[in-house]
Ligand binder design. Structure first.
Ligand SMILES: Cc1ncc(C[n+]2csc(CCOP(=O)(O)OP(=O)(O)O)c2C)c(N)n1
Length: 356
């Protein structure tokens, strides 16, 4: 199956170094973790590109809004390298497929959610914007821009109150920082020294509105000023930088020193949602962005370090293609939720709400 391979290859620059032609000269254990990270980024890309195909083909089986993460993978996978599933939390906007896969969601479960099937992560009732898996601390995607920020601060409050040592990654887009919730959440999180890591995934546009047209301050890390917490820009296309910089924020949070504000600068290769002709972009801008594709950058780096061979990358691509194809087929064959369950899981049954 060539689709996923082609799409991955499309963005990949030719490696600039001579690399071993097969796995014989590479110790299979050396670099295993790095190759796993690369593989997860590739898996996310393939999942998203397959989602694009499924959404746009005749007889479309995916309904509702759908926002793809292609181009931003290093941020989610870098986060997952630091994430402790037993005590950390993650909360997100609606561009949430990549983070869920990075935390280990089975692609079949993801496609089932997109297809509205009972086996989906939200039993097929949430769709693209509501990928959740509370069992690993994934508190999901949220459709209201900026709505997740106070929730993230609240979850970090619970971690602080219960002294769990956990941290909460609260993701948002660059557009979300203009919401009032941004001010409220950052202020309280810092005032109470909550273990909240605010991550702005700055892909340069809020829908089609460039930063220059939506933020009075162009350096978005500066938007963290005034909250008495570390605030900095991070290269969001470089997974090693993401891990190093986010890692400092994790340490700070776990040590009870309070929140951090990180602006991960990146680019999205697809439109905002599925009906976006991207007229706000030039061809030149897109070409330049592809040169900094996070997957290609990491692939080249691993090759240069002798941690990856041509044979290994080809094997990964083949495995991922098979995995994604099989996930789509299985999800497609899965059942829809029974009609009588249509009002289940929609509203809290009990009022006032009784926590278990
Ligand atoms: C409160 C609210 N206002 C408007 C919208 C419509 N809307 C959906 S996405 C979006 C742009 C957000 O862009 P950004 O925060 O940069 O996130 P990205 O899509 O780049 O991940 C807008 C305005 C919404 N969902 N919620």
């Amino acid at each position: 199956m060539a689709v996923a391979n082609e799409l991955e290859r499309k963005f990949a620059p030719k490696p600039t170094v001579a690399t071993p032609a097969n796995g014989s000269s590479v110790d299979p254990q050396r670099g295993a973790e790095e190759r796993r990270r690369l593989r997860t980024m590739m898996l996310i890309r393939s999942f998203e590109e397959m989602t694009y195909r499924e959404y746009t083909k005749p007889g479309q089986k995916i309904g509702g809004f759908c926002h793809l993460y292609s181009g931003q993978e290093a941020i989610a996978v870098g986060t997952s390298a630091l994430f402790d599933k037993k005590r950390d939390y993650l909360i997100n906007g609606y561009r949430c497929h990549g983070h869920s896969l990075a935390l280990g969601m089975d692609p079949r479960v993801g496609f089932a959610e997109l297809f509205g099937k009972a086996t989906g992560c939200s039993k097929g009732k949430g769709g693209s914007m509501h990928f959740f898996d509370a069992s690993v601390g994934n508190n999901g995607g949220h459709g209201i821009v900026g709505g997740q920020l106070p929730l993230g601060a609240g979850m970090a409050f619970a971690q602080w109150y219960k002294k769990t040592g956990g941290v909460t990654f609260t993701f948002m887009g660059d557009g979300a920082i203009n919401q009032g919730t941004h001010n409220e959440a950052l202020n309280l999180a810092s005032l109470y020294k909550l273990p909240c890591i605010f991550v702005v995934e700055n892909n340069g546009v809020a829908m089609g509105t460039q930063i220059e047209r939506h933020s009075a301050e162009k350096d978005l890390a500066e938007r963290g000023c005034g909250y008495n917490m570390p605030h900095r820009n991070v290269d969001g296309n470089d997974i090693d930088t993401v891990i190093a910089e986010f890692g400092k924020a994790v340490e700070r949070g776990r040590a009870g020193e309070g929140p951090s504000y990180l602006v991960a600068n990146t680019y999205r290769f697809r439109g905002h949602s599925m009906s976006d002709a991207m007229k706000y972009r030039t061809k030149d801008e897109m070409e330049q962005a592809k040169l900094r594709d996070p997957i290609s950058l990491y692939e080249v780096r691993l090759r240069e370090k002798g941690l990856l061979t041509e044979a290994q990358i080809e094997q990964m691509q083949e495995e991922i293609s098979a995995e994604i194809n099989s996930a789509v087929q299985q999800a497609d064959a899965d059942p829809h939720p029974p009609l009588e369950d249509r009002f289940e899981d929609i509203l809290a049954e009990k009022y006032p709400y009784q926590p278990k």
